[in-house]
Design a protein around this ligand. Structure first.
Ligand SMILES: [Cu+2]
Length: 160
């Protein structure tokens, strides 16, 4: 009884096995057709490392007029209707900062006439600051608001 069914069971198992092998074989065939693209994904890793540039800004000594470049001077400038007063008439070449006090009543600015460099316009009572790089020379410091220079807002400044 039991023995009689065994061959059938084996036959079924055999068929199932063949079927499974067939399925596996069919499934196994397609993959080789596709090119193996996976391993190449590792390439971009090199993109992230910046080449350590030795391009750090090197403080190059600005060979300006010679001697000690980079002088920095502050001039107190007092403006009013209509005059400019500076607390220095001569400064060293380099960066010059005007600290402006506007005594009004009009708004005023400060400008280096020969260099066409002009500060913001300062309202009366508002402090102003204007920095400009001045090579050696003789300059006219003015208020550039129309008419103000002609009314008296000009003064000479020597830079050496
Ligand atoms: Cu003015």
């Amino acid at each position: 009884m039991g023995l009689g069914r065994r061959p059938l069971a084996w036959a079924v198992l055999g068929l199932l096995s063949i079927a499974l092998i067939g399925v596996i074989a069919l499934q196994a065939v397609p993959p080789p057709a596709t090119p193996t693209a996976a391993p190449q994904a590792a390439a971009p890793a090199s993109a992230g490392s910046p080449t350590s540039s030795t391009a750090a800004p090197v403080a190059s000594a600005s060979s300006g007029g010679g001697g000690s470049g980079g002088a920095s001077t502050t001039i107190n400038a007092t403006e009013k209707d209509f005059a400019i007063a500076l607390d220095k008439s001569s400064v060293s070449a380099g960066s010059v900062t005007f600290k402006v006090t506007n005594q009004g009543p009009s708004p005023h600015n400060i400008a280096i006439k020969e260099l066409k460099k002009t500060s913001d316009t300062y309202d009366p009572g508002k402090p102003g600051q204007f920095t400009v790089d001045l090579p050696a020379g003789t300059y006219t410091v003015i208020c550039e608001i129309p008419g103000h220079e002609q009314l008296g807002m000009h003064i000479m400044l020597t830079v050496k």
